[in-house]
Design a protein around this ligand. Structure first.
Ligand code: AMP
Ligand code: MG
Length: 413
């Protein structure tokens, strides 16, 4: 097969191929280690939270009916039955005409369904409390089960655990949850010209940048990066390192070898793996066209561009969501999880139709206006465009560009 005449597929088609790979297995995790991990199973609330109705304010627990319609000019007068403490479960039922002093967080006695803030009351002495504000059921109270009701589905399998979710799990006493394992991601840099960053420089060599940036982006996505160093452009060397990386990881990334002559090397190395197949040979995004997807058995292998900027964009656009997919996240490829800001495009920006363009942009804040998005152009072999960029503007494949002044979404990086 002549790999020079590779078939380029759309970003959507590429994504569909990625989504066909199965996620990693699950394990039990303590909730302190679960931050950023993805749930392996649905989580159902074991109890009502709060377990009893509680006060949100310092004040008086009342039956709202007794204070309904009360105001500055026509206060209600209630008899103070008790002074409750925060850690006390009242053992009485509030009768009509009665109230109970209650601190923030205190449990409401039976018969009470609202709290009147202390600011709207006056202690008249001899156990009489003047209420100067109308009250409705539920006012200033957290009702039993309002955060979570017993047996309610609180998180679905495939949900990535955020800090606020850890808070709910803690409040429910759920100390251990099933999560997907972090995918191990092997990283191989290829190229005769590459050298380790600490080696003495020699003419004709360049330092290996991609091993380092890929490592950061793998970690950021939730994977565990495993570096295999630099491999020369020789098939047998590439094959042996790739075989080791495939055996030891859930995903293997190769960078470099994307020039037409060299592409065959990556493809041939992938094809030499057991039960291997090339699934995609080019993707219609810019930068990042020379991206290869293959597999060995169930294990995905990706050949990424060598250009330092292109590979960073491909990591953000395709590989990071893929890592989140591998670790079980249901909506890994949806754009809704991306940090996005709206901005006004500073100049006309053309885009070649037929490919999705990832334009690096720099944002300038303005008072009372959307930030201004300035496209940054530059060669993909230079690190500069990504260094200067605050975010990426994506121009869809079917669009020939955007006019200046347009409101655009910027994906913050
Ligand atoms: P290639 O895809 O191997 O043809 O590489 C394209 C360009 O990216 C060449 O200029 C390479 O020297 C450069 N390149 C490839 N791999 C790396 C790397 N790991 N670090 C820095 N530059 C690289
Ligand atoms: Mg190369």
């Amino acid at each position: 097969m002549n790999h020079e005449f590779f078939k380029i597929i759309s970003r959507d088609e590429f994504q569909t191929l990625l989504m066909n790979f199965r996620s990693t297995g699950t394990k039990a995790s303590t909730i302190s280690d679960a931050f950023g991990m993805v749930l392996g199973e649905d989580i159902v609330s074991p109890e009502d939270l709060p377990p009893v109705s509680r006060s949100c304010m310092d004040g008086y627990a009342v039956n709202a009916r007794d204070a309904f319609g009360a105001g500055e000019s026509n206060p209600a007068y209630l008899e103070c039955r008790a002074e409750l403490r925060v850690n006390e479960k009242p053992d009485f039922t509030l009768n009509p005409g009665e109230c109970a002093a209650i601190p923030t967080g205190g449990s409401l006695p039976d018969g009470a369904d609202a709290v009147v803030m202390v600011e709207h009351t006056q202690d008249l002495g001899a156990g009489t409390i003047e209420i100067r504000k109308s009250s409705a059921p539920g006012d200033h109270t957290m009702l039993r089960g309002e955060d979570a009701a017993k047996d309610e589905l609180i998180f679905k399998a495939g949900h990535r655990i955020r800090f606020q979710d850890v808070g709910l799990l803690a409040a429910l006493g759920i100390g251990s949850i099933p999560v997907h394992k972090r995918p191990k991601v092997g990283i191989i840099s290829t190229g005769d010209e590459l050298m380790e960053i600490t080696a003495p420089p020699k003419p004709g060599t360049i330092r290996d940048v991609n091993s380092h940036t890929l490592r950061c982006l793998v970690s950021q996505a939730g994977g565990i990066p495993v570096n295999y160093g630099i491999v020369r452009d020789e098939l047998d060397k590439l094959e042996s390192t790739l075989a080791r990386a495939v055996a030891e990881n859930d995903l293997v990334l190769l960078s470099g070898g994307s020039s037409v002559g060299m592409r065959d090397l990556t493809v041939r190395a992938i094809e030499s793996m057991p039960e291997s197949e090339i699934l995609a040979h080019g993707v219609a995004i810019s930068p990042g066209k020379p991206t290869i997807l293959g597999r060995s058995g169930e294990k995905p292998i990706m050949g990424l561009p060598g250009q330092v900027t292109s590979v960073q964009v491909v990591m953000l656009a395709l590989v990071a969501p893929f890592i989140r997919h591998l670790m079980g996240q249901t909506d890994a490829f949806s754009t809704s999880g991306r940090p996005v800001v709206m901005a006004e495009l500073a100049r006309n920006t053309v885009s070649k139709p037929g490919r999705e363009d990832y334009i690096r942009v720099r944002l300038t804040e303005r008072s009372n206006e959307l930030p201004l998005a300035q496209p940054i152009y530059g060669k993909s072999g230079l690190l500069k465009t990504m260094i200067q960029a605050d975010g990426l503007m994506i121009i869809p494949a079917d669009t020939e560009g955007y006019y200046s002044g347009r409101s655009v979404q910027i994906w913050m990086i």
